[in-house]
Design a binder for this molecule. Structure first.
Ligand SMILES: Cc1cc2nc3c(=O)[nH]c(=O)nc-3n(C[C@H](O)[C@H](O)[C@H](O)COP(=O)(O)OP(=O)(O)OC[C@H]3O[C@@H](n4cnc5c(N)ncnc54)[C@H](O)[C@@H]3O)c2cc1C
Length: 578
C-alpha cells in the first residue's frame, strides 16, 4: 500500500524553476516539493554564464531591445506575448534575487555587473550589449542556493530522492502524483489540488551533452504517456563550446569576455558567418558553422574534428577571476591551459526548447486549441511557454525559470485556494505498482546500458546539428527497435534500497519517449529554423511553417501531430542576419 500525503500544492523538481514556484506557493498554501535529487544537486546549479535583464547598469539597454533579440534569436517562433512578459519582468526578478542575498559580481560603483552574451544586442542588432548578470561562472549555483534557503525559511516541505512516476487525473482534473522513494522502494501518493512539473531537460538522449546524468525528460515523459501533447520537440539546442569528446560545457561567457573561435587554419571563421557580432552570434548559427568547418576539412586537432576556443588574448586576470570554473575544467579534463593555448571544443547537446506546452500563467495546455488541464502547471526547461521558439539565447533560461517559476507558483496557489481537493482516481498507485513489479520480475539478456548507448550514438549521428529525411527515418526505425528491446528488458538488482539500476531503467524509458517525439516532429518539419536544420530543406518557410508543433501519443502507441499558431506581436519575421 502506498503512503498518502495531502497538500494544496505539489511541485515536482527542485531546480531553479521548482524552487522559485515553491517559494510563491509556500507563502500562500501548504506546499511540498518532490525531487529525485537533493535540491542543490539539480542541474540549475551547473549553470555558469549568467541571467539576463535589461538593467542598463553598464551600457544603455531596454527591455524592448531584449524582447527583440529573444524573438529574432528564436527564429520568430517564440510567442511574443510571453517574450514581452519575460523581458519586462526580468529586471524585478534579478533585483528580487539580489535582495534575497544572491552574491552577484559588482561594478566598481557597487551595482550588479553585466557582461556580453550571444545574440544580445543594443538597438535591434547594432552591436553586442552587456545584459547578463552573473556570479563569476557559478551563477546557477548561487541561484539554487539562494532559492533553497528562502524555501526553507518559508516552511516548504521537501521530499528528496523521491522519483515521480505518474500523474493522477480524475475526470480531467489533476489530483496528484505517484512517487517512488529511492531509500525504501515504497510508493507514495501525493494527493493535492495543484501540481507543477519543473523536471528540467533531456539532453541525455545524445552522446555528447552538457547535461547531467539525471536529465532524462521524466516530466514530459509522464505527460506524453498520459496522452497529453508536447510542443516543439524538434527544436533541440546544441551549444557551440562543449569540451572535445566530453561535452562538458565551457560557458558562452568565455566569448562574452573576449574569447574567439578558430578553425584548424587559425581563421576566425565566424567573421564569414555573422560579420556584425561574429563569435557572439546565437548558438544555433555558431554550432552549425562549426559543423560545416569540420565537415569541409577545416577542423583543428590531429583528426581535424574539433574547433579551438582561443582565450589567449583575454587578460589572464579576467580569466582567473570571472571564468575560474571553466578554466579548471579545461585544465583538469583536457590538460590544456586556456591562458596559453586554444581549448578543443565541439557542439554539445544542451537545451530543450520544446516540452510541456503552457500558457503564460504556466497552466498546462490540454491540446493545440489552448484548453488547459485543470490544476496542472509546468515551468522551466521541461515546459514550453514558448519564449525560446526555435532557438534559445544564452542567459534566457535562468531568466525563464525564475519568471515563469514565480508565475506558476502564484497561479497554482491561487487555484488551490479556490478549489476543493479533487478525488483520487480508483487504485491510484496500481499502474505504478504493476510496472515496478514487472520490471523486477524475471531475467533478460537485454541491458539498459546497451540500449541507452545505441540511442545516444544514433541520436548524435542522425538527429543533432544537421538532419535529413534519410537520417531521421533511419533513427526512427532504430528507436522503434530499441523500444521493443526495452519492453523485454528486466533489471537484475531486485533490492528495495537505492536501486539505481531500476531508476536508470525507468529513465531510459522516458528518454526513448523524448527521442521518439523529437524525431517524429523533426521529420515532419520540412524547413530549417533555429536549432532544427534540415540539409534537404535548408530554407525557413514562414508561409507554411510559422507554427508550433504539438505531438501526442495515442493509447495504441501511434503518434499524432497538430499545429498551433505563433502569437505574433511587434516583430514581423525577417531574414536573420547578424
Ligand atoms: C552546464 C550548463 C550550463 C548552463 N548555463 C546556463 C547559463 O549560464 N544561463 C542560462 O540561462 N542557462 C544556462 N543553462 C540552462 C539552465 O541552467 C537550465 O535550463 C535550467 O537551470 C533548468 O532549470 P529547471 O529548474 O527547469 O530544471 P533543473 O535545474 O534541471 O531541475 C530539475 C529538477 O527536477 C527533478 N526531477 C526530474 N525528474 C524527476 C522525477 N522523475 N521525479 C522527481 N523529481 C524529478 C530533479 O531532481 C531536479 O530537482 C545551463 C545548462 C547547463 C547544463
Amino acid at each position: 500500500m502506498a503512503q498518502i500525503h495531502e497538500y494544496d500544492a505539489v511541485i515536482v523538481g527542485a531546480g531553479g524553476a521548482g524552487l522559485r514556484a515553491a517559494l510563491e506557493a509556500g507563502r500562500r498554501v501548504k506546499t511540498a516539493v518532490v525531487s529525485k535529487l537533493y535540491p542543490t544537486r539539480s542541474h540549475t546549479g551547473a549553470a555558469q554564464g549568467g541571467m539576463c535583464a535589461a538593467l542598463a547598469n553598464v551600457e544603455e539597454d531596454s527591455w524592448e531591445w531584449h524582447a527583440f533579440d529573444t524573438v529574432k534569436g528564436s527564429d520568430f517562433l517564440a510567442d511574443q506575448d510571453a517574450v514581452d512578459i519575460m523581458c519586462k519582468e526580468a529586471v524585478d526578478s534579478v533585483l528580487e534575487l539580489e535582495r534575497m542575498g544572491l552574491p552577484f559580481n559588482r561594478t566598481p560603483e557597487g551595482r550588479i555587473d553585466q557582461r556580453r552574451f550571444g545574440g544580445h544586442t543594443s538597438n535591434h542588432g547594432e552591436a553586442p550589449v552587456k545584459r547578463a548578470c552573473y556570479a563569476a561562472d557559478r551563477t546557477g549555483h548561487m541561484i539554487l542556493q539562494t532559492l533553497f534557503q528562502q524555501c526553507t525559511k518559508f516552511g516548504v516541505e521537501f521530499y528528496n530522492e523521491f522519483f515521480v512516476l505518474d500523474l493522477l487525473m480524475a475526470d480531467g482534473v489533476c489530483s496528484g502524483i505517484v512517487a517512488y522513494e529511492l531509500a525504501t522502494g515504497r510508493l507514495h501518493i501525493f494527493h493535492c489540488k495543484s501540481v507543477l512539473f519543473a523536471t528540467g531537460g533531456y539532453g541525455k538522449m545524445f552522446k555528447i551533452t552538457s547535461n547531467a546524468h539525471t536529465l532524462t525528460g521524466d516530466g514530459p515523459g509522464v505527460v506524453y504517456r498520459a496522452g497529453l501533447p508536447l510542443e516543439d520537440m524538434e527544436f533541440y539546442q546544441f551549444h557551440p563550446t562543449g569540451l572535445y569528446r566530453l561535452g562538458i560545457l565551457l560557458s558562452e561567457a568565455a566569448r562574452g569576455e573576449g574569447g574567439i573561435l578558430r578553425n584548424g587554419e587559425g581563421e576566425r571563421f565566424m567573421e564569414r558567418y555573422a560579420p556584425t557580432i561574429k563569435d557572439l552570434a546565437p548558438r544555433d548559427m555558431v554550432s552549425r558553422a562549426e559543423f560545416f568547418e569540420i565537415k569541409e576539412g577545416r577542423g583543428a586537432g590531429p583528426d581535424k574534428d574539433c574547433i579551438l576556443l582561443d582565450l589567449t588574448e583575454v587578460d589572464p586576470e579576467v580569466i582567473e577571476k570571472k571564468l575560474p570554473d571553466i578554466t579548471e575544467f579545461a585544465r583538469t579534463y583536457l590538460d590544456v591551459d586556456p591562458v596559453k593555448e586554444g581549448v578543443p571544443i565541439v557542439p554539445t547537446a544542451h537545451y530543450a526548447m520544446g516540452g510541456i506546452p503552457t500558457n503564460v500563467q504556466a497552466e498546462v495546455l490540454a491540446d493545440h486549441t489552448g484548453a488547459v488541464v485543470q490544476g496542472f502547471y509546468a515551468a522551466g526547461e521541461c515546459a514550453c511557454v514558448s519564449v525560446h521558439g526555435a532557438n534559445r539565447l544564452g542567459t534566457n533560461s535562468l531568466l525563464d525559470i525564475v519568471v515563469f517559476g514565480r508565475r506558476g507558483g502564484i497561479a497554482m496557489a491561487e487555484y488551490a485556494s479556490t478549489h476543493p481537493l479533487p478525488p483520487l482516481p480508483e487504485g491510484a498507485e496500481k499502474a505504478s505498482e504493476k510496472w515496478i513489479a514487472a520490471l523486477c520480475d524475471g531475467g533478460s539478456e537485454e541491458s539498459t546500458a546497451s540500449i541507452r548507448a545505441t540511442l545516444q550514438d544514433e541520436m548524435m549521428d542522425k538527429a543533432s546539428v544537421v538532419r535529413t529525411e534519410d537520417s531521421l527515418s533511419s533513427v526512427l526505425s532504430t528507436i522503434t527497435e530499441l523500444r521493443k528491446r526495452y519492453e523485454v528488458c528486466r533489471v537484475k538488482d531486485r533490492s528495495k534500497i537505492f536501486n539505481t539500476e531500476l531508476v536508470e531503467h525507468i529513465e531510459l524509458g522516458f528518454l526513448l519517449d523524448m527521442a521518439e517525439a523529437l524525431v517524429v516532429a523533426a521529420r515532419a518539419r520540412t524547413e530549417s529554423r533555429g536549432g532544427h536544420y534540415r540539409e534537404d530543406h535548408q530554407m525557413r518557410e514562414d508561409d507554411h511553417w510559422l507554427k508550433h508543433s504539438f505531438i501526442t501519443r495515442t493509447a495504441a502507441g501511434d503518434t499524432k501531430l497538430h499545429h498551433k499558431d505563433v502569437t505574433m506581436g511587434r516583430y514581423e519575421p525577417v531574414e536573420r542576419k547578424y
